[in-house]
Each structure stands twice: as C-alpha cells, then as structure tokens.
Design a protein around this ligand. Structure first.
Ligand SMILES: [Zn+2]
Length: 92
C-alpha cells in the first residue's frame, strides 16, 4: 500500500482537522526484561527446555504496522490502531 506522506486529518490536541505528517514507528529495542525472557534464561542451554523447545509455527504472511501521525500545526503526534500490510510505502 502506498500512503501519502502528508494528509489532512483530525488532530486530538487541536481538536480540528490539520495537515499531518506520517512516520512509521520503528520496532523497539528488546531489552529482555519481560518475565518470559527471564523464565527462558532460567532453563539453561542444555536438555529439554519445555515449551521453549518448541519450533515456532512460522510467520504470518503480513506484518502489523504502526504509523505515527504528526500534526504540522502543534507538532504533537498521535497513534492509531495498527493495521496489517504486506508492503508499506510512503508516497511523496
Ligand atoms: Zn495539532
């Protein structure tokens, strides 16, 4: 899908329709601080690691994409619910 890099849409801060710039949200750095990561670390590297021994079932054909909408008037950005796309492009 090609998405316009700028378009007019609702800004929740200005409470009005303003021109917004579109930016893709980058994937955050995994810091390994989730409980599942700690649990995985406790199992060790040798032997049966229970549910962590399972081979992953494979990837979904499309990836969910988060897009940030930045208002050109107030400079604040807001997010909307992510959507699934095979390909994401920003048109000029
Ligand atoms: Zn605004």
């Amino acid at each position: 899908m090609k998405m316009p890099s700028k378009f007019n849409t609702y800004c929740p801060y200005c409470r009005d329709h303003e021109v917004h710039e579109v930016e893709k949200v980058k994937k955050g750095k995994s810091r390994g601080l989730n409980w599942i990561d700690r649990q995985k670390a406790r199992r060790g590297a040798v032997g049966n690691r229970g549910k962590f021994s399972k081979v992953p079932g494979g990837d979904k054909p499309t990836k969910k994409i988060n897009v940030r909408y930045r208002c050109t008037k107030c400079g604040k950005a807001h997010l909307r619910k992510g959507f699934r796309l095979a390909k994401f492009e920003l048109a000029e």
